[in-house]
Write a protein that binds this ligand. Structure first.
Ligand code: SAM
Length: 311
């Protein structure tokens, strides 16, 4: 990474790590229930809420913070981050290996479609990273056929070398969702469940249509995209210092990777444009507290289910 790029002073990543997250610590994405508050939530989660709109108070507070960001990033750098996206993610995995993300054990609870026991289903994870989503499923579904792809060759090789990777039912491959036709590896119209978890946010908005069109090609009619990602006004968005906003809703982290913060409206429209019905598309808001700093904060996520129309 070039030493003089404008993100050099950006805050460190705020996603949960496998080790103890650095304070102030946003709630781990994998820790709490999303559809209903967990019965015994960890002490630092104050509340968990589903909403189709964000409340006025949260929006007003967030907009006040964002209004202070008056340091635009030069177009040269914006283009450079976009062009180097795959390289920067690959470096991320070389640096962090398999130690950054936790296994995503909440998925079957949040997406009941994934509770298919020993039925044979074709499941595809796009932007799979090192497999934190797919391996817990492979373990609990003996007849599941798994595809996984990522544009980081380093991440894909971690997936291929995982103990649970079984070539008789798993295929992992390198592909850029925005430009590599997924049907080159995954037969067209065959995927029953496709997960897109914290991946579309890494793609600049102008390329998201190409990515979603690509997903549509591999999905069987009626097949579903299970989606979870960052929501607009998430605490992680508000923590970026001026000089990291590339464009509206799109930010660059210290390591050069990008993060987009979605509204439910833009997400629904994106999938509708490519032949999907929106089954669910909502915000999941987690009010959390950092006990050390006595700070309350809102993590905002978007969660959706989009079904490919039959024709
Ligand atoms: C925040 S990580 C999430 C990883 C994984 N889905 C998980 O939840 O643990 C985003 C992932 O998307 C991948 N990615 C970003 N843009 C991509 C693209 N255009 N094509 C394929 N993968 C991409 C990155 O390499 C990275 O592994």
């Amino acid at each position: 990474m070039d030493q003089h790029h404008p993100a050099a002073s950006a805050p460190a990543r705020t996603e949960p790590t496998a080790a103890a997250p650095a304070p102030p610590s946003p709630v781990a994405e994998s820790q709490a229930g999303l559809q209903a508050p967990p019965r015994n939530p960890p002490a630092h989660i104050l509340a968990d809420r589903i909403a189709t709109t964000l409340d006025d108070q949260l929006v007003a507070k967030a907009q006040e913070v964002l209004a202070k960001d008056n340091k635009p990033v030069a177009p040269f750098w914006v283009n450079k981050y976009k062009q180097n996206a795959a390289r920067n993610w690959d470096q991320f995995y070389k640096r962090n290996t398999t130690n950054f993300y936790k296994d995503r054990h909440w998925t079957e609870r949040e997406f009941p479609e994934l509770q298919f026991g020993d039925e044979k289903k074709v499941v595809f994870e796009v932007g799979c990273g090192v497999g934190n989503f797919i391996f817990p499923l492979i373990k609990s579904h003996p007849n599941m056929v798994a595809y996984a792809c990522d544009f980081s060759a380093t991440a894909v090789s971690f997936v291929q070398n995982h103990d649970l990777f079984d070539t008789s039912r798993c295929t992992a491959f390198v592909a850029d969702l925005t430009k590599d036709d997924l049907t080159a590896t995954v037969p067209a119209s065959t995927v029953e469940l496709l997960s897109a978890v914290f991946v579309l946010s890494a793609i600049p908005p102008e390329k998201m249509d190409d990515a979603v069109e690509n997903l549509a090609r591999v999905l069987a009619p009626g097949g579903k995209v299970l989606f979870r990602d960052y929501g607009r006004y998430d605490q992680a968005q508000l923590r970026f210092k001026p000089g990291h906003r590339l464009e509206d809703g799109l930010y660059v982290r210290q390591d050069g990777t990008m993060a987009f913060y979605f509204t439910v409206e833009m997400l629904s429209e994106l999938f509708q444009r490519h032949g999907f019905d929106v089954e669910v598309c909502q915000y999941v808001i987690k009010k959390t507290v950092n006990r050390k700093k006595e700070l309350e904060m809102d993590r905002v996520f978007v969660q959706g289910k989009f079904a490919k129309r039959a024709s």
